[in-house]
Write a new protein. Structure first.
Length: 380
Protein backbone atom coordinates (compact mmCIF):
# COMPACT_ATOMS: atom_id res chain seq x y z
CA UNK A 1 0.00 0.00 0.00
CA UNK A 2 1.37 3.44 -0.98
CA UNK A 3 0.36 6.58 0.84
CA UNK A 4 -0.89 9.26 -1.55
CA UNK A 5 0.42 12.82 -1.47
CA UNK A 6 -1.04 15.67 -3.49
CA UNK A 7 1.35 18.53 -4.29
CA UNK A 8 -0.38 20.02 -7.32
CA UNK A 9 -1.60 23.63 -7.33
CA UNK A 10 -5.11 22.24 -7.54
CA UNK A 11 -6.88 20.19 -6.53
CA UNK A 12 -5.21 20.29 -3.14
CA UNK A 13 -5.35 18.15 0.01
CA UNK A 14 -8.56 18.36 2.01
CA UNK A 15 -8.59 18.50 5.84
CA UNK A 16 -10.31 15.57 7.58
CA UNK A 17 -12.94 17.88 9.12
CA UNK A 18 -13.94 18.94 5.61
CA UNK A 19 -14.13 15.36 4.36
CA UNK A 20 -16.17 14.43 7.41
CA UNK A 21 -18.71 17.13 6.58
CA UNK A 22 -19.18 15.54 3.17
CA UNK A 23 -19.93 12.22 4.86
CA UNK A 24 -22.90 13.58 6.80
CA UNK A 25 -26.38 12.48 5.64
CA UNK A 26 -27.60 14.37 2.58
CA UNK A 27 -30.26 16.95 3.39
CA UNK A 28 -32.80 18.63 1.15
CA UNK A 29 -31.56 21.91 -0.25
CA UNK A 30 -34.74 23.78 0.67
CA UNK A 31 -35.14 22.31 4.14
CA UNK A 32 -34.48 23.91 7.54
CA UNK A 33 -31.52 21.52 7.83
CA UNK A 34 -29.65 23.11 4.95
CA UNK A 35 -30.57 26.79 5.24
CA UNK A 36 -28.23 27.62 8.19
CA UNK A 37 -25.34 25.82 6.46
CA UNK A 38 -25.93 27.77 3.27
CA UNK A 39 -26.28 31.06 5.13
CA UNK A 40 -23.07 30.44 7.07
CA UNK A 41 -21.13 29.47 3.93
CA UNK A 42 -22.23 32.60 2.06
CA UNK A 43 -21.35 34.84 5.02
CA UNK A 44 -17.92 33.24 5.36
CA UNK A 45 -17.29 33.65 1.63
CA UNK A 46 -17.83 37.40 2.02
CA UNK A 47 -15.26 37.46 4.82
CA UNK A 48 -12.67 35.52 2.84
CA UNK A 49 -13.26 37.65 -0.27
CA UNK A 50 -13.05 40.79 1.88
CA UNK A 51 -16.27 42.18 0.44
CA UNK A 52 -19.63 43.45 1.64
CA UNK A 53 -21.25 42.22 -1.57
CA UNK A 54 -22.92 38.86 -1.96
CA UNK A 55 -20.52 36.21 -3.27
CA UNK A 56 -22.34 34.14 -5.87
CA UNK A 57 -21.95 30.38 -5.47
CA UNK A 58 -22.27 28.02 -8.43
CA UNK A 59 -22.19 24.25 -8.73
CA UNK A 60 -19.29 24.24 -11.19
CA UNK A 61 -15.56 24.24 -11.49
CA UNK A 62 -13.70 27.52 -11.37
CA UNK A 63 -14.04 27.64 -15.14
CA UNK A 64 -17.80 27.74 -14.73
CA UNK A 65 -17.43 30.82 -12.54
CA UNK A 66 -15.11 32.20 -15.27
CA UNK A 67 -17.85 31.66 -17.81
CA UNK A 68 -20.43 33.35 -15.60
CA UNK A 69 -18.31 36.51 -15.68
CA UNK A 70 -18.00 36.38 -19.46
CA UNK A 71 -21.68 35.62 -20.04
CA UNK A 72 -22.82 38.45 -17.82
CA UNK A 73 -20.36 41.14 -18.90
CA UNK A 74 -19.65 40.53 -22.59
CA UNK A 75 -21.87 41.68 -25.44
CA UNK A 76 -20.82 40.89 -29.01
CA UNK A 77 -18.55 43.56 -30.45
CA UNK A 78 -17.69 45.24 -27.15
CA UNK A 79 -14.01 46.07 -26.53
CA UNK A 80 -12.30 44.13 -23.73
CA UNK A 81 -8.65 43.98 -22.67
CA UNK A 82 -7.23 40.62 -21.61
CA UNK A 83 -3.86 40.51 -19.86
CA UNK A 84 -2.20 37.11 -20.07
CA UNK A 85 1.14 35.62 -19.06
CA UNK A 86 0.27 31.94 -18.94
CA UNK A 87 -2.34 29.27 -19.50
CA UNK A 88 -5.16 30.82 -17.50
CA UNK A 89 -4.73 34.27 -18.99
CA UNK A 90 -5.00 32.60 -22.38
CA UNK A 91 -8.24 31.02 -21.17
CA UNK A 92 -9.69 34.48 -20.43
CA UNK A 93 -8.79 35.52 -23.99
CA UNK A 94 -10.29 32.40 -25.56
CA UNK A 95 -13.49 32.61 -23.55
CA UNK A 96 -14.16 36.31 -24.06
CA UNK A 97 -13.52 35.90 -27.80
CA UNK A 98 -15.88 32.91 -27.91
CA UNK A 99 -18.68 35.16 -26.64
CA UNK A 100 -18.02 37.74 -29.33
CA UNK A 101 -15.92 40.31 -27.48
CA UNK A 102 -13.59 42.52 -29.49
CA UNK A 103 -10.53 41.33 -27.59
CA UNK A 104 -7.36 43.35 -27.24
CA UNK A 105 -4.85 40.81 -25.96
CA UNK A 106 -1.92 42.15 -23.94
CA UNK A 107 0.18 39.01 -24.03
CA UNK A 108 3.39 38.44 -22.08
CA UNK A 109 5.82 35.55 -22.38
CA UNK A 110 4.98 32.76 -19.96
CA UNK A 111 6.89 33.47 -16.76
CA UNK A 112 6.85 37.26 -17.11
CA UNK A 113 4.94 39.44 -14.65
CA UNK A 114 2.30 41.85 -16.05
CA UNK A 115 3.17 45.53 -15.65
CA UNK A 116 0.51 48.09 -14.65
CA UNK A 117 2.17 50.74 -16.85
CA UNK A 118 1.64 48.49 -19.88
CA UNK A 119 -2.05 48.27 -18.99
CA UNK A 120 -2.27 52.08 -18.72
CA UNK A 121 -0.56 52.52 -22.07
CA UNK A 122 -2.82 49.98 -23.77
CA UNK A 123 -5.96 51.61 -22.37
CA UNK A 124 -4.80 55.03 -23.62
CA UNK A 125 -4.58 53.53 -27.09
CA UNK A 126 -7.89 51.72 -26.95
CA UNK A 127 -10.74 51.82 -24.45
CA UNK A 128 -12.10 48.65 -22.87
CA UNK A 129 -15.28 47.83 -20.99
CA UNK A 130 -13.34 45.49 -18.72
CA UNK A 131 -9.78 44.38 -18.05
CA UNK A 132 -9.42 40.64 -17.42
CA UNK A 133 -6.41 39.61 -15.36
CA UNK A 134 -5.04 36.58 -13.49
CA UNK A 135 -3.90 37.01 -9.91
CA UNK A 136 -1.99 33.74 -9.48
CA UNK A 137 -0.94 32.11 -12.76
CA UNK A 138 -0.40 28.52 -11.64
CA UNK A 139 0.99 27.46 -15.00
CA UNK A 140 4.11 29.53 -14.30
CA UNK A 141 4.06 30.33 -10.58
CA UNK A 142 3.84 34.07 -11.26
CA UNK A 143 1.64 36.16 -8.97
CA UNK A 144 0.67 39.56 -10.35
CA UNK A 145 0.28 42.77 -8.36
CA UNK A 146 -3.46 42.77 -8.74
CA UNK A 147 -3.92 45.93 -6.69
CA UNK A 148 -1.70 47.92 -9.05
CA UNK A 149 -3.17 46.34 -12.19
CA UNK A 150 -6.67 47.06 -10.94
CA UNK A 151 -5.80 50.68 -10.20
CA UNK A 152 -4.41 51.09 -13.74
CA UNK A 153 -7.64 49.73 -15.20
CA UNK A 154 -9.81 51.94 -12.99
CA UNK A 155 -8.02 55.08 -14.18
CA UNK A 156 -9.57 54.52 -17.60
CA UNK A 157 -13.01 53.67 -16.23
CA UNK A 158 -12.78 49.97 -17.05
CA UNK A 159 -14.16 47.20 -14.88
CA UNK A 160 -11.60 44.85 -13.28
CA UNK A 161 -12.22 41.11 -13.55
CA UNK A 162 -9.84 38.85 -11.63
CA UNK A 163 -9.10 35.14 -11.83
CA UNK A 164 -8.41 34.40 -8.16
CA UNK A 165 -8.99 30.65 -8.45
CA UNK A 166 -5.67 29.73 -6.86
CA UNK A 167 -5.04 32.90 -4.86
CA UNK A 168 -8.23 33.36 -2.82
CA UNK A 169 -7.50 32.14 0.68
CA UNK A 170 -3.74 32.05 0.15
CA UNK A 171 -2.82 35.61 -0.81
CA UNK A 172 -4.30 39.00 0.09
CA UNK A 173 -7.15 39.80 -2.28
CA UNK A 174 -9.01 42.88 -1.05
CA UNK A 175 -12.05 42.86 -3.29
CA UNK A 176 -13.70 46.03 -1.99
CA UNK A 177 -10.64 47.99 -0.84
CA UNK A 178 -8.85 47.50 -4.16
CA UNK A 179 -11.93 48.23 -6.27
CA UNK A 180 -12.05 44.81 -7.91
CA UNK A 181 -15.34 44.38 -9.73
CA UNK A 182 -15.40 40.63 -10.24
CA UNK A 183 -13.31 38.10 -8.33
CA UNK A 184 -13.67 34.53 -9.54
CA UNK A 185 -12.51 31.51 -7.57
CA UNK A 186 -13.09 27.80 -6.98
CA UNK A 187 -13.35 25.42 -4.07
CA UNK A 188 -10.48 23.08 -4.90
CA UNK A 189 -7.37 25.14 -4.22
CA UNK A 190 -6.62 27.34 -1.21
CA UNK A 191 -10.22 26.90 -0.05
CA UNK A 192 -9.35 23.27 0.83
CA UNK A 193 -12.50 21.64 -0.55
CA UNK A 194 -12.95 19.08 -3.34
CA UNK A 195 -13.64 20.42 -6.85
CA UNK A 196 -17.18 21.35 -7.76
CA UNK A 197 -17.96 24.85 -6.49
CA UNK A 198 -17.25 28.11 -8.28
CA UNK A 199 -17.50 31.51 -6.59
CA UNK A 200 -17.91 34.99 -7.99
CA UNK A 201 -17.79 38.22 -5.98
CA UNK A 202 -19.50 40.95 -8.02
CA UNK A 203 -19.56 44.72 -7.50
CA UNK A 204 -22.56 46.97 -8.09
CA UNK A 205 -20.88 48.58 -11.14
CA UNK A 206 -20.40 45.10 -12.62
CA UNK A 207 -24.08 44.24 -12.08
CA UNK A 208 -24.99 47.55 -13.74
CA UNK A 209 -22.79 46.69 -16.75
CA UNK A 210 -24.59 43.45 -17.56
CA UNK A 211 -24.37 42.68 -21.26
CA UNK A 212 -26.77 41.24 -23.81
CA UNK A 213 -25.38 37.70 -24.06
CA UNK A 214 -28.07 35.07 -23.37
CA UNK A 215 -27.63 33.19 -20.10
CA UNK A 216 -29.65 31.07 -17.74
CA UNK A 217 -27.82 28.87 -15.22
CA UNK A 218 -24.99 31.37 -14.76
CA UNK A 219 -27.23 34.44 -14.69
CA UNK A 220 -25.86 36.65 -11.91
CA UNK A 221 -29.12 38.40 -11.13
CA UNK A 222 -31.05 35.14 -10.87
CA UNK A 223 -28.46 33.73 -8.46
CA UNK A 224 -28.20 36.99 -6.51
CA UNK A 225 -31.95 37.20 -5.92
CA UNK A 226 -32.12 33.60 -4.76
CA UNK A 227 -29.18 33.97 -2.39
CA UNK A 228 -30.70 37.12 -0.90
CA UNK A 229 -33.49 34.81 0.36
CA UNK A 230 -30.90 32.30 1.57
CA UNK A 231 -32.02 30.00 -1.19
CA UNK A 232 -30.31 28.68 -4.29
CA UNK A 233 -31.52 29.33 -7.80
CA UNK A 234 -30.91 25.68 -8.68
CA UNK A 235 -30.15 22.53 -6.70
CA UNK A 236 -26.77 23.04 -5.02
CA UNK A 237 -24.39 20.17 -4.17
CA UNK A 238 -25.40 20.25 -0.52
CA UNK A 239 -22.53 18.07 0.71
CA UNK A 240 -19.93 20.23 -1.02
CA UNK A 241 -21.49 23.39 0.39
CA UNK A 242 -21.33 21.89 3.88
CA UNK A 243 -17.70 20.97 3.29
CA UNK A 244 -16.83 24.45 2.02
CA UNK A 245 -18.49 25.99 5.06
CA UNK A 246 -16.22 23.95 7.34
CA UNK A 247 -13.12 24.78 5.27
CA UNK A 248 -13.88 28.50 5.33
CA UNK A 249 -14.38 28.25 9.07
CA UNK A 250 -10.91 26.72 9.43
CA UNK A 251 -9.36 29.58 7.44
CA UNK A 252 -11.15 32.23 9.46
CA UNK A 253 -10.31 30.50 12.73
CA UNK A 254 -6.62 30.55 11.82
CA UNK A 255 -7.02 34.18 10.76
CA UNK A 256 -6.53 35.31 7.17
CA UNK A 257 -3.38 37.28 7.95
CA UNK A 258 -1.89 34.20 9.63
CA UNK A 259 -2.91 32.11 6.62
CA UNK A 260 -1.17 34.54 4.28
CA UNK A 261 1.98 34.46 6.43
CA UNK A 262 1.99 30.66 6.45
CA UNK A 263 1.83 30.58 2.67
CA UNK A 264 4.66 33.10 2.34
CA UNK A 265 6.86 31.02 4.63
CA UNK A 266 6.03 27.79 2.79
CA UNK A 267 6.93 29.48 -0.49
CA UNK A 268 10.24 30.65 0.97
CA UNK A 269 10.98 27.13 2.21
CA UNK A 270 10.20 25.54 -1.15
CA UNK A 271 12.36 28.01 -3.05
CA UNK A 272 15.24 27.64 -0.58
CA UNK A 273 15.17 23.87 -0.97
CA UNK A 274 15.10 24.09 -4.74
CA UNK A 275 18.04 26.49 -4.85
CA UNK A 276 20.01 24.34 -2.41
CA UNK A 277 19.83 21.50 -4.95
CA UNK A 278 21.42 23.80 -7.52
CA UNK A 279 18.21 24.10 -9.54
CA UNK A 280 16.95 27.20 -11.30
CA UNK A 281 13.61 28.66 -10.34
CA UNK A 282 11.17 29.40 -13.14
CA UNK A 283 8.73 31.29 -10.91
CA UNK A 284 10.00 34.53 -9.36
CA UNK A 285 12.02 34.36 -6.16
CA UNK A 286 9.71 36.70 -4.26
CA UNK A 287 7.22 36.49 -1.43
CA UNK A 288 4.24 36.86 -3.74
CA UNK A 289 5.17 33.41 -5.14
CA UNK A 290 3.37 31.70 -2.28
CA UNK A 291 1.03 29.48 -4.31
CA UNK A 292 3.25 27.21 -6.38
CA UNK A 293 6.98 26.91 -6.93
CA UNK A 294 7.90 26.32 -10.57
CA UNK A 295 11.34 24.83 -11.24
CA UNK A 296 13.36 24.33 -14.41
CA UNK A 297 14.25 20.68 -14.93
CA UNK A 298 17.99 19.91 -14.86
CA UNK A 299 19.75 19.90 -18.22
CA UNK A 300 19.01 16.75 -20.17
CA UNK A 301 16.11 15.71 -17.93
CA UNK A 302 12.47 15.72 -19.02
CA UNK A 303 10.32 17.07 -16.20
CA UNK A 304 7.79 14.36 -17.04
CA UNK A 305 10.29 11.79 -15.79
CA UNK A 306 10.52 13.67 -12.49
CA UNK A 307 6.74 13.76 -12.18
CA UNK A 308 6.47 10.03 -12.96
CA UNK A 309 9.31 9.16 -10.59
CA UNK A 310 7.62 10.86 -7.66
CA UNK A 311 4.29 9.27 -8.48
CA UNK A 312 5.57 5.74 -9.03
CA UNK A 313 8.06 5.57 -6.16
CA UNK A 314 6.35 7.61 -3.49
CA UNK A 315 2.71 8.15 -4.48
CA UNK A 316 3.40 11.88 -4.75
CA UNK A 317 1.65 13.91 -7.41
CA UNK A 318 3.35 17.11 -8.56
CA UNK A 319 2.63 19.00 -11.76
CA UNK A 320 4.45 19.07 -15.09
CA UNK A 321 4.67 22.20 -17.17
CA UNK A 322 1.84 23.20 -19.50
CA UNK A 323 1.91 24.22 -23.15
CA UNK A 324 5.42 25.02 -24.36
CA UNK A 325 6.72 24.39 -20.82
CA UNK A 326 5.69 20.72 -20.89
CA UNK A 327 8.76 18.64 -20.10
CA UNK A 328 10.77 21.74 -19.16
CA UNK A 329 9.54 22.64 -15.67
CA UNK A 330 7.89 20.93 -12.75
CA UNK A 331 5.65 22.59 -10.19
CA UNK A 332 5.19 21.96 -6.48
CA UNK A 333 2.00 23.41 -5.05
CA UNK A 334 1.76 24.63 -1.47
CA UNK A 335 -1.66 26.24 -1.15
CA UNK A 336 -4.32 25.25 1.29
CA UNK A 337 -3.84 22.50 3.85
CA UNK A 338 -0.04 22.37 3.89
CA UNK A 339 2.66 22.62 6.52
CA UNK A 340 6.45 22.66 6.40
CA UNK A 341 6.74 18.88 6.64
CA UNK A 342 4.72 18.50 3.46
CA UNK A 343 7.27 20.71 1.72
CA UNK A 344 10.27 18.81 3.09
CA UNK A 345 8.69 15.48 2.11
CA UNK A 346 8.29 16.65 -1.48
CA UNK A 347 11.84 18.02 -1.64
CA UNK A 348 13.33 14.85 -0.16
CA UNK A 349 11.51 12.78 -2.76
CA UNK A 350 12.75 15.03 -5.56
CA UNK A 351 16.33 14.49 -4.38
CA UNK A 352 15.89 10.70 -4.43
CA UNK A 353 14.30 10.73 -7.89
CA UNK A 354 17.11 12.95 -9.16
CA UNK A 355 19.63 10.33 -8.04
CA UNK A 356 17.60 7.71 -9.92
CA UNK A 357 17.76 9.91 -13.03
CA UNK A 358 21.50 10.43 -12.78
CA UNK A 359 21.35 14.02 -11.59
CA UNK A 360 24.25 15.03 -9.35
CA UNK A 361 22.65 16.24 -6.11
CA UNK A 362 23.78 16.15 -2.50
CA UNK A 363 21.20 14.27 -0.46
CA UNK A 364 19.60 16.21 2.36
CA UNK A 365 20.55 19.73 1.33
CA UNK A 366 17.07 20.68 0.18
CA UNK A 367 15.35 19.60 3.37
CA UNK A 368 17.91 21.41 5.55
CA UNK A 369 17.63 24.61 3.53
CA UNK A 370 13.84 24.49 3.54
CA UNK A 371 13.61 24.01 7.31
CA UNK A 372 16.04 26.85 7.94
CA UNK A 373 14.18 29.19 5.60
CA UNK A 374 10.87 28.37 7.24
CA UNK A 375 12.09 28.72 10.82
CA UNK A 376 14.18 31.85 10.36
CA UNK A 377 12.01 33.87 8.04
CA UNK A 378 8.88 34.79 9.92
CA UNK A 379 7.06 37.57 8.15
CA UNK A 380 7.66 40.95 9.77
Amino acid sequence: MTKKYLFTPGPTPVPPQVLAAMGEPVVHHRSPDFKPIYESCLARLREVCRTEQEVLLFASSGTGAFESAVQNLVSPGEPHLVVSAGSFGERWATMTAAYGADVDHLRYAWGETPDPDDVRARLREREAKAVWVVHSETSTGVVADIQALGAAAKESGALVVVDAVSSLGALPCETDAWGLDVVVSGSQKALMTPPGLGTCAVSEPAYAATGSTPRFYFDWERTRKAQAKKDAAFTPPVSLVAALDVALGLLLEEGLDAVFERHIRLGRAARAGVKAMGLELFSPDEDRSAVVTAVRAPAGVDSGDIVRGLRDRFGMTIANGQGDLLGKIFRIGHIGWFDIFDITSALAAVEIVFVDLGVDVERGVAVTAALEAYEHSRVA
